[in-house]
Design a protein around this ligand. Structure first.
Ligand code: UD1
Length: 429
């Protein structure tokens, strides 16, 4: 198993190119199953999760061709996928695959919408809480699908096609909103989605679906109206930049008192997080290339935040902010409202010398003057990268074990950081 070795206390300086968003790429790849024509996706990040979803879609008969490099292109550019679901050969998504990546459960929507049936394994527990699928099922039921739970599988049937309906989510859910959008795109008649998730990735998927011939209005707001069409076409779409990767590197720069341009980043995708960094004393400026993040040596001011659905402070940046606040000049408070048990990074940060007290969904972080390198263990995707951020400011050597979590969501993390002067290397095996 690969490990990452970091020697801390070097300021990050230079440019980091922001990749395409993982959380848009996955549903976009899944949406390709709504049409028998080719969907071309540009700016797709090279991530373990993307490779795994390629395998999962392959199991349903989807062909994916990765374009070769074009002249002038470098390894820094995202890849282009040509995805063709001309023939769906299997409407079952087995446990062995779905349990490896929760988002693959979302194939249930295009399968039942286009094929009239789907048999998809329930994803099972995962490291950050129970993460149920009841609201995805609710959305499909509102569109007329008959649902049965059978041997750990959700079986959805709509032999005569889905029908438009009203879906009012009792809780804001990204997965539920993606499912509702994909299913409603091919349903007969109009669907109203209320209390929809407003995450930029929802709007990006809706934009792509509209290019494919869908009729979706209001994506990115809490009220989405979808007028179903009988058939969708192929299209070409460029994945939007990854706001979580952007925020992560911004916090890494702040942590090391650095000066870095995050190339291709779009501030409006993470304004809440940038505002919090501003409060903490970090310089944030929009430039022609993206976002410039600067931090002088005057220390980090403590902050108080609560994670919220978009446009609030994202849960996917909670661990990284906590790492930054371990070195603040005072006490910070972070409340996690989206996922229970999303504090696995706390014990590992404590191993590096952080002072953190947990009380249910609230964490109190007392800033310390120094962190000290130690061996730590990556647990989930965002937790792992918080350890990297802490290690960049820690004295001496930190060894991050189990880095496969990082490879799921961060493209060439060690290259991007070492390109800006960090002493970071991957140790294979
Ligand atoms: C997506 C993101 C993830 C991010 C999360 C919240 C992807 C691939 N993943 O996850 O990175 O952390 O949004 O921004 O885009 N819930 C239910 N029942 C359901 C579905 C969800 O109770 O049927 C609950 C969840 O347990 C959680 C909350 O709703 O407490 C939000 O979950 P959701 O927005 O659906 O997150 P994901 O789409 O799984």
């Amino acid at each position: 198993m690969d490990r990452i070795r970091i020697v801390g206390r070097r300021p990050l300086q230079g440019t980091i190119r922001i990749s395409g968003a993982k959380n848009a790429t996955l549903p976009l790849m899944i949406a390709s199953m709504l049409t028998d024509q080719t969907l071309i996706l540009d700016n797709v990040p090279r991530l373990a999760d993307v490779n795994l979803l390629q395998r999962i879609l392959g199991n349903h008969g989807v062909d994916i061709m990765v374009s070769g490099k074009r002249p002038g292109e470098t390894a820094l550019d995202g890849q282009t996928l040509h995805i063709s679901a001309a023939n769906i050969v299997d409407t079952t998504a087995p446990y062995e695959l779905v349990s490896k990546m929760r988002a693959s459960f979302w194939v249930i929507a295009p399968l039942v919408a286009r094929m009239g049936e789907a048999r998809v394994s329930m994803p099972g527990g995962c490291a950050i809480g129970t993460r149920p699928v009841d609201l995805l099922i609710l959305a499909l039921e509102r569109l007329g699908a008959q649902i049965e739970i059978d041997g750990g599988y959700v079986v959805a049937r709509a032999p005569n096609g889905l029908k438009g309906g009203e879906i009012s989510f009792p809780k804001v859910t990204v997965s539920g909103t993606h499912t509702a959008l994909m299913a409603a795109a091919l349903a007969d008649g109009e669907t109203l989605i209320e209390n929809a998730a407003r995450e930029p990735e929802i709007a990006d998927v809706a934009e792509c679906l509209n290019k494919m011939g869908a009729r979706i209005v209001g994506a990115g707001t809490e009220r989405i109206v979808v007028t179903g069409v009988p058939k969708l076409n192929g299209a070409r779409h460029r994945v939007l930049p990854d706001r979580i990767e952007t925020g992560t590197y911004a916090m890494a720069v702040a942590m090391t008192s650095g000066d870095v341009v995050l190339e291709g980043a779009r501030p409006e995708l993470l304004q809440a997080a940038l505002d919090v960094l501003g409060e903490a004393g970090v310089g944030i400026a929009k430039t022609n290339e993206g976002i410039r993040v600067t931090k002088n040596g005057t220390g980090i001011a403590p902050v108080e935040i609560t994670t919220q659905p978009f446009p609030g402070f994202p849960t996917d940046l909670q661990a990284q902010l906590m790492a930054l606040m371990t070195r603040a000049n005072g006490t910070s408070h972070i409340t996690e409202t989206i996922f229970e048990n999303r504090f696995m990074h706390v014990q590992e940060l404590v191993r590096l010398g952080a002072h953190i007290h947990l009380d249910g969904e609230k964490a109190t972080i007392e800033g310390v003057e120094k962190l000290k390198g130690a061996p730590v263990m990556a647990t989930d995707l965002r937790a792992s990268v918080s350890l990297v951020i802490a290690a960049l400011a820690a004295e001496g050597v930190t060894m991050v074990n189990r880095v496969y979590h990082l490879d799921r969501g961060f493209e060439r993390l060690e290259d991007k950081l070492s390109g800006c002067g960090a002493a970071i290397e991957r140790i294979s095996g």
